[in-house]
Structure formats: C-alpha cells, structure tokens
Design a protein around this ligand. Structure first.
Ligand SMILES: *[C@@H]1O[C@H](CO)[C@@H](O)[C@H](O)[C@H]1NC(C)=O
Ligand SMILES: *[C@@H]1O[C@H](CO)[C@@H](O)[C@H](O)[C@H]1NC(C)=O
Length: 309
C-alpha cells in the first residue's frame, strides 16, 4: 500500500465534465494488465502487459479478431513502455516484480524488438541495476539509436544509447521525483513533441514539460501545465499528443483528460468502460483521428478524436 502525502498543490484549473458522449469501442481483451501501446507503420498495434513479459499484437483491419501473442521477453514478468526507434524496430522496458507486494525481484532491463524479419527478434540492450521501475519510453527524434526512459521510483529520466548499449541520467528535477518513498510514483508517461519532453508525475499529480536538446538533455526550466489532486486510486499515467499539440491523458481509475496545447482542460471523459486506463496513442495515416486507449482491466478501446472536442 502506498503512503500518501497530504496534497499541497493549489488547483489552477476549473474542470468541467464532458457534455458530449463519445462512443467507446472495445477492440480486444486480454486476461492481463495492459500497460502500454504503440502503433506500427502498418497500423497494427503492439500491446505490452504486466504479469507476463509479452507483447501482444492487434490488427484493427480485422476487428473481430482478438489480440494475439507476438513475442515474450525472457527472464521478466512484465513489460512497461514501448517506442519505435527506426521503422519496425522497437525498444521496451522490462522487469520482474512481485505484483502482490510491488517489490522488485530483478532489476530493470531494456530490450530491442526487431519486427523487420519474419519472426520477431528480441535482444537485450542493457540492464539498469540501480532501477526498480523503468517505465515510460520515448524515442529521441532524429536519432535511430537512443531513447529516453523514465524511472518512476527514482524520479530520473535516463538516455539509453541502444547502439553503444549504455545509459546516463539526463534529467533529475524535483518535479520528476515521487512525493514519498517507494512505491510512491514520480515521472511516469513521457513523450517528446516540438522540442519538449512532456511528462506525467503520477503521485505529485502533475503534467508538465521541459525543453530538451537534440541529445535529450534538459535545456531550460520545467514547467507545470496541469495539476490534479492525486490519490492512491486517482493518478495520471501515460498519454498521447495529437498533431495540434492537444494532450490526452489516461488517468486512473477511469478518466481521460483532454488538455489543449496551453494546458487548459477541454474535456474530461469519465467512463466506466475505461477501467484503469494506462496509456493512449493515435493511429497513423488514415487512422490518425483514432485514439487507442489501453487499460489495466485488459482492454484496448478506440475513441474518435473528433468526438472529444
Ligand atoms: C510475493 O510476496 C508475497 C508476500 O511476501 C510472498 O508470499 C510471495 O511468495 C511473493 N511472490 C514471489 C513470486 O516472490
Ligand atoms: C483539490 O483539493 C483542494 C483541497 O481539498 C480542493 O479545493 C480542490 O477543489 C481540489 N481540486 C480538484 C481538481 O479536485
């Protein structure tokens, strides 16, 4: 169980519930916690899961079919963030945890999953022995060989060099730190957009951004764009950013916040179908208005972005 600090954050935003009622379509179900999602160029989705270190795949062109097993990472029992570093090559973070206590059993590792061949090929990039929870993964734009990865318990963002198989901390800031000792959660979902690293700090209840260089180092001050009163059951997780810079934040226990690019709340979708939403991503090409949301209750849900404004 987590020990929570009393919330000290002033609320800066008035939140109005969504007057619209977008339709939510459940596309696939797994008997597992789905933790994260990424979309391939062919629009197939890759889903990471906790409880087994498996990547499942779902093809939206065959919506009557369920998600299917794609590849399992050895020596781990959960996969967290996932991002594409070059066409059809993905980086994912793995670990082994005791899911009833939250304790780490073996430390975090970073894997490269190559889907360019007939059979998926998974290979270890590096283990990060000092980390107990590598979580969000974001590809560094213009670079085929590096990702940023959030360490949620330590409040650090690492840069992983995939080719040289090494890593270094690039961002450490009180706004990234957890508010309390393990298992309190700090920086969680991360995405890079327009020269900024956007991030959620789950238990501080904030969404913010920091400008970064091409090499992934912070080049300015961290800015807070949105705050909620986080609790043990209400906390932001991972998020998607659309082409205009609007942000769609998966928030436990069943909320999707839509912020415009200035950090004002546009929509709050509070729906029981979104049971423990964990992440969100947009489709590619013709599916660019389709927002996919994953849930800890094992669902992959689709929402039309145009119904959310
Ligand atoms: C998880 O922790 C519980 C409680 O300490 C323990 O009984 C159980 O054996 C642990 N499971 C694993 C897989 O280590
Ligand atoms: C957060 O908590 C404060 C203090 O209890 C309260 O005044 C405020 O309305 C809450 N904000 C939200 C968004 O629930």
């Amino acid at each position: 169980m987590r020990i929570k600090l009393s919330m000290i954050w002033a609320t800066i935003l008035l939140i109005a519930p969504c007057s619209c009622s977008p339709s939510l379509e459940t596309l696939a179900t797994l008997p597992l916690w789905i933790e994260n999602v990424v979309v391939r160029a062919n629009n197939k989705l890759l889903l990471t899961t906790l409880g087994t270190a498996t990547i499942y795949t779902f093809d939206p062109s065959f919506p009557s079919q369920n998600a299917t097993h794609l590849v399992t990472i050895p020596d781990a029992n959960g996969l967290v963030g996932i991002a594409e570093i070059s066409p059809d090559v993905f980086i994912t973070a793995a670990g082994t945890w005791n899911f009833s206590t939250g304790d780490i059993i073996s430390s975090a590792s970073i894997w490269r999953v190559d889907l360019r061949k007939n059979a998926p090929e998974a290979r270890l990039v590096v283990t990060v022995p000092e980390s107990n929870l590598l979580n969000g993964v974001a590809a560094l734009p213009g670079c085929n060989n590096a990702v940023l990865v959030s360490d949620t318990f330590a409040g650090i963002v690492y840069k992983i060099n995939v080719k040289e198989r090494n890593y270094e901390p690039v961002i450490q800031d009180p706004l990234f730190a957890p508010p309390d000792a393990v298992p309190s959660l700090g920086v969680n979902g991360i995405r890079i957009h327009g020269g900024y690293l956007y991030f959620v700090n789950s238990d501080q209840g904030l969404f913010g951004r920091v400008p970064i260089s091409r090499t992934g180092h912070a080049t300015g001050n961290t800015e807070v764009l949105f705050r909620i009163n986080a609790t043990e059951t209400t906390y932001m997780d991972d998020f998607a950013i659309d082409g205009l810079g609007n942000v769609y934040i998966a928030t436990h226990p069943n909320i999707l916040y839509v912020l415009d690019r200035y950090g004002k709340v546009k929509t709050v979708l509070d729906r029981t179908e979104l049971n423990e939403p964990t992440s969100a991503v947009f489709g590619r090409g013709r599916a660019k208005d389709r927002l996919y949301v994953t849930t800890g209750s094992g669902k992959l849900v689709a929402i039309d972005r145009r119904e959310l404004s």
